[in-house]
Design a protein. Structure first.
Length: 233
């Protein structure tokens, strides 16, 4: 097993400037390695810092303590200190991220949104759109919606578009923050199948799943963050 993601002594706190500079510790001295073919599910009560950790790995949040190492083009990149251009390259090629919310440019058609990650990697328009169309079909997004912007779709439809975009390229590292939220049973099973296929193909996956059945369907190892929350208190 090849380690694709390595977190070393990672810590995080938030400073509330509008409340007199009060500091809220989130977690401290967190260590985690994730290898190829693993799906590590973050566990712990609400407020323990699961989504915060995801955003730090993706470099959406600053990492003030420790290292967040991602294997990118055969080299370990520290997302905590890497130049923004390197971070963007890691996101394009190596690290996929399915968040809880779809954020897109208004008026861009759904098919274009899903195909866009492939086009940034040099895929031709036909190839990118065919792959995007196949995923949208598998996720039960009606073809009649593909030419429309997803900003007016239902929550479940938006989430399926989000998932299609996150899985359109076989990312070596996948971050999944509640990917099955807002989905009915049938579509949850489809998403779980996509996750298992990516895992079995060698992706290193870190996920948050509040539904126990969904979690049990994909997990290879659980990672309880409670102890790291306690260390920061």
């Amino acid at each position: 097993m090849n380690t694709m993601l390595s977190l070393k002594n990672v810590g995080k706190s938030f400073t509330l400037h509008v409340q007199g500079g009060v500091t809220l510790p989130v977690f401290s001295e967190l260590n985690l390695d994730v290898g190829t073919g693993e799906c590590v599910v973050l566990s712990g009560n609400s407020g323990v810092g699961k989504s915060t950790l995801m955003r730090m790995v993706h470099a959406n949040y600053v990492c003030p303590q420790g290292e967040i190492l991602v294997r990118h083009d055969g080299v370990l990149i520290d997302m905590a200190t890497a130049h923004p251009h390197i971070v963007l390259d890691v996101r394009r090629k190596t690290m996929g991220y399915v968040s809880q919310f779809l954020r897109v440019v208004p008026r861009v058609p759904t098919l274009e949104i899903v195909a866009e990650p492939l086009r940034t990697l040099g895929a031709g328009e036909t190839e990118a759109k065919e792959r995007a169309a196949a995923l949208l079909s598998r996720l039960n997004v009606p073809e009649s919606l593909w030419a429309l912007s997803p900003i007016t779709f239902s929550g479940g439809e938006q989430q399926r578009v989000n998932i299609a975009r996150g899985f359109v390229h076989p990312y070596p590292v996948l971050l999944l923050d509640e990917p099955t939220a807002s989905l009915d049973y049938e579509n949850r099973q489809i998403v779980l199948s996509l996750i298992c296929e990516a895992r079995d193909a060698g992706a290193a996956i870190v996920g948050i799943f509040h539904d126990k059945q969904d979690r049990d369907a994909v997990v290879t190892r659980s990672f309880d963050m409670t102890v790291f929350k306690d260390r920061a208190a």
